[in-house]
Design a protein around this ligand. Sequence first.
Ligand code: SAM
Length: 200
Amino acid sequence: MTDRRLEYPATLRNRDAILDVLRGVLPASGLVLEIASGSGEHIVHFARAFPGLTFQPSDPEEAALQSIQAWTLDSGLANVRPPVMLDALSERWPVTAANAVLCINMIHIAPWRATEGLFHGAAKLLPGGAPLYLYGPYRRAGVVTAPSNEAFDASLKARNEEWGLRDLEIVADLARSVGFSGPVVTEMPANNLSVVFRRV
Ligand SMILES: C[S@@+](CC[C@H](N)C(=O)[O-])C[C@H]1O[C@@H](n2cnc3c(N)ncnc32)[C@H](O)[C@@H]1O
């Protein structure tokens, strides 16, 4: 049988730093929905570390769904649900309630509408106090963007003019407008940020 597991090299470099932050963010029990799970390597790593939580992976791409399923089966973990097809742009998500939402490395590799969809969708399904965790590179007012992030931004825009690093302040404005407090920001390796919003 063909091995459908995708391997994203960045995951091995960032998953433990992300896990450290998640230890202070995720609830002790409940359902964690991941948007844009990609290969599925992150969610399997997190599910192993948090056996008291149930994880719901998702992605809009068929190849990603197959990879997530393959990594989940390979892991033998019982606390990862089968992946669901979920496009953040969609009005109706196939998940209607969760206790936390994660979204790693998506908002700069999708049109701004996807970020709007992410916040609107997450606001509908999270209860008061629940976290929306984002990870990735950002621009920040008053902070010089690292040359590596400037180059990354240019390469993203060359691939798709609607892609590119987002301004953290603009993301925070969007978050407030749909009912989130925050952000609580943690600087991460390689000029990335962990950004946590909480449903008001
Ligand atoms: C760079 S990959 C990141 C995958 C994974 N989170 C990681 O960090 O390894 C970007 C992911 O965003 C997903 N994506 C793009 N547009 C999306 C949208 N509108 N809604 C949900 N996911 C989207 C892609 O299918 C892809 O899996």
